[in-house]
Design a protein around this ligand. Structure first.
Ligand code: FES
Length: 138
């Protein structure tokens, strides 16, 4: 849905709170994971640890498979490096496999709380993320 005031896409969450996904006046479509209907890992309820409180801009290529870190513990952010498999860390989140619709630069979420995995949707500005201790600052 599009917010006619901000000219931006928005979502209404379970509490009925409207949240603008992008605050710019850009007419760019909201990025989506081409694999969203075939990858069940995207349905995971829990978010990972806040890695950083801002997104990461990166050039992604259409047709390539990517694996976005959801647990927040990877050393190759924003991508998975397999850290979630370390038994001693008891991590329940799995990476999100994704592809993009076109080759261009995308903002990938680093706070691990986006509602549009793996793309940043502005959730990093929320109180819960801003008050969290990020892994990058530890
Ligand atoms: S970094 Fe923007 S929503 Fe996570």
């Amino acid at each position: 849905m599009w917010n006619t005031i901000y000219q931006a896409p928005y979502k209404i969450n379970a509490s009925g709170i409207c949240r603008v996904l992008y605050s710019t006046k850009s007419t760019t479509a909201v990025p989506r994971n081409v694999l969203e209907n075939v990858i069940s890992a995207d349905k995971q309820k829990e978010n990972g640890a806040v890695y950083d409180k801002k997104p990461f801009k990166i050039l992604l290529e259409t047709g390539k498979n990517y694996s976005w870190c959801l647990c927040g513990r990877s050393k190759k952010q924003p991508f998975c490096d397999g850290t979630h498999r370390m038994d001693q860390l008891k991590i329940s989140q799995k990476p999100i496999r994704f592809q993009v619709e076109e080759t261009k630069e995308y903002w990938l979420c680093n706070c691990k709380h986006t509602n549009n995995r793996p793309f940043c949707d502005g959730t990093h500005k929320s109180k819960i993320v801003q008050e969290a201790t990020s892994i990058i600052r530890q």
